[in-house]
Design a protein around this ligand. Structure first.
Ligand code: AMP
Length: 591
């Protein structure tokens, strides 16, 4: 029995919503003792485009709240959203953009992001999400990799001067007429629109772009609509990629419209709900699970700020009476700390999603008990699969919602395979593979990488997982995250869960560093709980006799914070590199 299961046995007495966890869901269990499951087909797949989905919601819920951007003071009804999307779409047509053209968006969570998402879809242009944390070289790579003809960007965010970085790459903007750029290092880029009243030479202001289209373009929108197909590519997202160049996962309307609908089905979202979205729009958690998930149900979207801040998010939940909240585990950890220091009325909250990284049991429990989220669920997935393939039900048992990522999503097949490619028996760990409507069209311009990732329709996720007899999935690590120490396979997740049991541990990440004797040794980075100062020896003593000696980290560092991506995912590779730089390893990293 894993330490996870032992730890759960006596601890989970919290009053989560519980219910008939299995009724009608037996079909989601594996058969014949093999790790293969197939999702229900009760709700049919929808073969519709994003503009069609939006149109239906506007017709049904027009005057109700659609989107609230608190930092910008913007409040849009579905009617407002529809009108502003069409104005921008007409502007894009006036620029000469059309179906299949790539349009980049480089911005934190702002209303312009939402408008650009729907305006590009309206004319069949492919939205290219550019990570707000990217710097010059990454921007150049992304724009050129997929051949962006236009870029919509914020002027700046925090320390990132987006417009200055773009002008460094394309000094030709100084003399270019807006919409007619020719730049040596960005050969595909013609048009630039800046979220500013003063965009400078060679660029439109975002507002000017929305005024560019006239009646002719407005009229053309309907004709363009008739040419769109749900199977067209409509969005490119660069996968986070801990190593190597980012890959442009290319998704269709069909991929993301359906995934969004199934995600918000499971949390029972409806037009009466208000979803707080602190996760970034550039990631599928924001733009698919959040935005399209709300559009599918007519629920209001509440954006607490341009970037994540725990206090601002809690303020938004309280002031807007949000019923649902999304976040990655580190965001919830920060919110829990903030809520302790400055309690708000979170009484309207009911549900939400914690996803994107392994979700510690303790954090799940606290979110249930202290944030009123008795119907919180966990999702597992990846960008390349639209993203979600597993999710708990709101009435799954306490243990299942804390310790697993739930059961397979509708219309998907999942199998767990061993190193030889064969499906492993139930309970055995192996690589999780997903097949079905949600699998991306491919990596843009990388047929070889696509072929390596999708075999016979199966997306090879690189994640290690187990399936149990009832079909619940546990993510036990990543193929490349596994630490091999002296021949023993170690899954960092298991050690992290164990260290979380120590009351002084607020956050922990476990990873391996090279070692000449053992191949790799285990390291942990720990952020102390407020008001505590755990020592390395005390934490090791906590492990001694409790977990196998080879799992006890050789080095435990107490750090003020963990390096994380914009989505809040801990960057283990950065911690590993630091440890090597600081001389903790006696052998240089292989590869
Ligand atoms: P991304 O494509 O950025 O969404 O990252 C996908 C990866 O995040 C997956 O391949 C997993 O390694 C990880 N991930 C996502 N959700 C979970 C989860 N609930 N538990 C553990 N890992 C997760």
């Amino acid at each position: 029995m894993s330490i996870l299961n032992e730890s759960l046995a006596g601890r989970l007495s919290a009053p989560f919503a519980t219910g008939p966890a299995m009724s009608g869901r037996e079909e989601l269990a594996p058969r014949d003792g093999r790790s293969y499951v197939a999702g229900s087909r009760d709700r049919p797949l929808r073969h519709v485009t994003i503009p069609r989905l939006l149109r239906e919601t506007v017709a049904r819920y027009g005057p109700r709240d659609a989107a609230i951007f608190r930092a910008q003071g913007e409040r849009l009804s579905w009617y407002d959203l529809d009108r502003r999307v069409d104005a921008l779409a007409a502007g894009l047509l006036a620029l000469g953009l059309g179906k299949g053209d790539r349009v980049g968006i480089w911005s934190p969570n702002r209303v312009e992001w939402l408008l650009t998402q729907f305006a590009t879809a309206r004319i069949g242009a492919i939205l290219v999400n550019i990570n707000p944390a990217y710097q010059r070289a990454e921007l150049e790579f992304a724009l050129n990799k997929v051949g962006c003809a236009a870029l919509v960007l914020a002027e700046r965010f925090k320390a990132s001067e987006y417009l200055r970085m773009l002008r460094d790459l394309a000094p030709e903007m100084e003399r270019a007429e807006p919409g007619r750029l020719t730049a040596a290092r960005l050969p595909h880029l013609r048009a630039v629109a800046v979220m500013s009243d003063d965009p400078g030479p060679g660029a439109f202001s975002f507002d000017a772009l929305t005024r560019l289209g006239g009646p002719a373009q407005q009229l053309r929108l309907e004709a363009v609509d008739a040419t769109l197909d749900p199977d067209d590519a409509i969005n490119i997202q660069f996968t986070s990629g801990t190593t190597g160049a980012p890959k442009g996962a290319t998704l269709s309307h069909f991929n993301i419209v359906n995934n969004a609908g199934f995600v918000t089905d499971r949390i029972r979202l409806s037009e009466t709900d208000r979803l707080c979205i602190p996760v970034p729009l550039y990631h599928c958690f924001g733009m698919v699970m959040g935005v399209l998930g709300c559009v599918d149900k007519g629920a209001a979207m509440v954006f607490p700020g341009e970037g994540f801040e725990a206090g601002a998010t809690l303020d938004a939940v309280a002031a807007e009476r949000c019923t649902a909240l999304y976040g990655v585990p580190t965001m919830f950890t920060a919110m829990l700390e903030h809520q302790t220091a400055h309690p708000r009325d979170l009484g309207a909250l009911r549900t939400g999603i914690m996803a994107g990284a392994p979700c510690p049991v303790q954090v799940m429990e606290d979110v249930n008990n202290r944030m009123n989220m008795s119907e919180v669920t966990i999702c597992y997935g990846m960008t390349e699969t639209a993203p979600v393939s597993f999710q708990s039900f709101v009435d799954d048992t306490v243990e299942h919602r804390c310790a697993t990522v739930g059961r397979v999503h509708p219309h998907l097949e999942v199998k767990i395979i061993g190193p030889d490619g064969a499906t492993v028996p139930v309970g055995q760990a192996g690589e999780l593979c997903t097949r079905g409507y949600s699998v991306m069209k491919g990596y843009w311009g990388d047929p070889d990488l696509t072929a390596a990732a999708i075999r016979d329709g199966w997306m090879q996720t690189g994640d290690l997982a187990t399936l149990d007899e009832a079909g619940f999935c546990r993510i036990v690590g990543r193929v490349k995250d596994m630490i091999i120490r002296g021949g023993e396979n170690i899954y960092p997740r298991e050690i992290e869960e164990f260290l979380y049991r120590h009351p002084d541990v607020a956050q922990v990440q476990v990873f391996g560093i090279p070692d000449s004797k053992l191949g790799e040794v285990v390291c942990a980075w720990v952020v102390a709980a407020p008001g505590t100062s755990p020592g390395e020896e005390a934490l090791k003593a906590h492990c001694a006799g409790q977990i196998a000696h080879f799992k006890i980290p050789r080095h435990i560092l107490i750090v003020p914070e963990l390096p994380v991506t914009v989505t809040g995912k801990p960057q283990k590779f950065a911690m590993r590199d630091k440890m090597i730089e600081w001389g903790y390893s006696d052998r240089p990293a292989a590869g």
